[in-house]
Design a protein around this ligand. Structure first.
Ligand code: HEM
Length: 565
């Protein structure tokens, strides 16, 4: 019901000068309507005042886009589903690869072409590496999330610490843990193939927990998983447009929680306390393990050891707490999908989500299972390569990666064909800019349309075909197109991309070596048609539920899986 409501947005200056969000649903009350009008009026007046004082356009036009309406701008023009496809249509309609629109004063630039994304987000990264500001996030305790951090000193510290542990060479330390968790999933697939979705979700939670904290998650009832869920349930709704006046009038964040009527402040305060628990619980677990000398080596345990040797500061410790939490914290996937059913397609919501690697893994694994089910010929080619290189007497490991070009091409094509975050994560512009004869004002939220770029016929002929061969040369070796656009751009490019790549690779290689992924059959032995739908869950693209089954490829592989547990 909620998901089908029509939404109208108002967001303030994402660069941080005038943050404001107003939400209205057609089915909502008159009060909400008045709030929208009132909020819109105030925002409009303040912005008129500000823009009359300072307009850096020098008469240069804004990039093309739909014509804004008075007060609400283009709020009604933003698509309610599959925005990345609609923006491709806008590109054709306005004959431009960069598009500009507003939603009640919120400035938005959509970038459909790779060359423009590279120029703006990479070569002009100094200006384009901020994130939009969400006032309520500061109060709920989620402000330390690496992906939401504003461009500045704290973000730089996070990136430095991430680089030290997640760069290509260092990320290899996590490989044994990835192998272990993947083998556990193989075991679950063997025992209970029908619930493959649940097994892939559990793997997606277990991997960040073990790599970040050396913490073993055995089930969804794990206390850390439950605490993270509670955190999202308590504060998640406040991130929704229109749920908090604080996002509309940030000055209200200074009202103390005890003040009569300050309900949002009280909820935010509760969310902050729960969130502190979410951050501290696994961190303290690792600390105790390190003290006892019984830890599984992880990102946090390595840091704690450095700290014990006097080689790290308190500030770094706070950053490490927040980085590890950023990577693991989303476990309440169902809850988030409920929340973001509202606004999933509006660009404004792109920064309204706590960012996690879990979604990417679930998204890519779901796509992998689906594509193998509907493309048995591609599955067979991959398995032939695995049989040739790895043989049938052992399961694949990372030492095989350089010798398996088809599997590598399959991994690249998977992320091209269905990028898990099709509109990436919004960047924000910190200074006025001029590009291709257009003016792009300071504070503009910049949305790189990865979907459009991965469908550029000049880069990827027949883009709607799933074809790993496009990453191979005539002799079957990898070609030089190794860039995976799904990881984003510039200085904010995914800092965990090597771990992400390793995780997906070992899942692909291990599952294909072990199982034949097939369509299910009904009682009469007829194949059950696969559901081809995809769903947008907040900023993530997820495969909708479908049926397939996992048949062990040989008795030997069955034993290998059983023995590997
Ligand atoms: C298939 C797996 C993954 C995909 C497709 C993916 C994709 C992305 C994308 C699109 C962004 C935003 C880039 C931008 O703003 O231009 C991002 C940021 C980020 N990713 Fe990933 N990611 C994956 C896995 C991971 C993993 C495993 C980790 C951690 C170990 C991770 C940690 C992060 C962090 C911390 C950021 C925020 C960076 C910043 O704002 O500076 N990601 N990721």
């Amino acid at each position: 019901m909620r998901g089908r409501e029509k939404v109208i947005w108002s967001t303030g200056d994402v660069g941080g000068q005038l943050p404001a969000i107003v939400f209205f649903s057609r089915q909502s009350s008159m009060l909400n309507y008045l709030q929208l009008v009132f909020g819109a009026l105030v925002i409009w007046l303040v912005q008129r005042l500000l823009s009359s004082r300072k307009d850096g356009s020098r008469g240069v036009p804004l990039p093309p886009g739909p014509k804004p309406k008075p007060l609400i701008g283009n709020a009604l023009d933003f698509p309610t589903s599959r925005p990345y496809e609609v923006y491709v249509e806008w590109g054709k309609r306005y004959n431009s690869d960069i598009l500009y629109a507003t939603a009640l004063g919120n400035k938005i630039l959509i970038v459909n072409k790779l060359e423009d994304a590279d120029e703006l987000l990479d070569r002009r990264a100094r200006k384009y590496s901020d994130r939009p500001w969400i006032p309520i996030v500061d109060l709920t305790g989620w402000a330390g999330n690496t992906a939401l951090l504003r461009y500045g000193k704290t973000w730089r510290l996070h990136r430095k610490l991430c680089q030290q542990s997640f760069r290509a060479e260092a990320a290899q330390d996590f490989r044994p843990l990835l192998v272990k968790k993947t083998r556990e999933m193989l075991h679950r697939l063997l025992e209970d193939p029908a619930n493959f979705d649940e097994h892939s979700r559990l793997l997606s939670i277990s991997v960040p927990m073990i790599t970040m904290y050396g913490y073993e998650v055995e089930s969804f009832q794990d206390p850390c998983v439950v605490a993270a869920e509670e955190s999202v349930q308590t504060g998640g709704d406040l991130l929704l447009p229109g749920r908090s006046w604080i996002n509309t009038f940030p000055i209200l964040r200074h009202v103390p929680p005890w003040f009569p009527g300050a309900t949002t402040r009280r909820i935010a305060e509760k969310a902050r306390q729960i969130n502190r628990r979410v951050v501290d619980l696994p961190y303290e677990f690792t600390k105790k393990k390190v003290e006892a000398g019984t830890e599984i080596p992880s990102f946090v345990s390595q840091f704690i050891r450095r700290k014990q040797e006097g080689k790290a500061t308190e500030e770094e410790e706070e950053a490490v707490r927040n980085i590890s939490w950023t990577v693991y914290s989303e476990t309440a996937l169902n809850d988030l999908s409920r929340c973001f059913g509202y606004c999933r397609s509006l660009p404004c919501c792109l920064h309204w989500v706590k960012f996690r690697s879990i979604h990417q893994t679930i998204s890519a694994t779901g796509t992998f299972f689906y594509l193998m089910t509907v493309h048995p010929e591609i599955q067979k080619k991959a398995q032939d390569e695995l049989d040739r290189v790895v043989g049938s007497e052992r399961l694949p490991d990372f030492s095989d990666r350089p010798s398996l070009p088809y599997i590598e091409a399959l991994y690249r094509e998977l992320l091209r064909f269905k990028p898990p975050v099709p509109m990436a994560v919004a960047h924000a512009l910190t200074e006025d800019d001029y590009y291709k004869g257009y003016f792009i004002p300071k504070g503009t939220m910049v949305l790189p349309n990865i979907w459009a770029m991965t469908r550029d016929e000049n880069l990827y002929p027949e883009p709607e075909k799933f074809k790993p061969e496009r990453f191979l040369d005539a002799s079957g070796n990898l070609n030089n197109d190794s860039r995976v656009l799904a990881y984003g751009f510039g200085r904010r490019i995914c800092v965990g991309k090597h771990i992400g790549s390793d995780t997906l690779w070992i899942i692909i290689a291990s599952v294909l070596a072990s199982f034949s992924i097939e369509k299910c059959k009904d009682a009469l032995g007829n194949e059950i048609e696969v559901n081809h739908d995809y769903a947008d869950v907040a900023i993530f693209l997820h495969k909708a539920k479908f049926q397939c089954t996992f048949v062990p490829r040989s008795p030997t592989v069955r034993h290998l899986i059983e023995d590997s547990k």
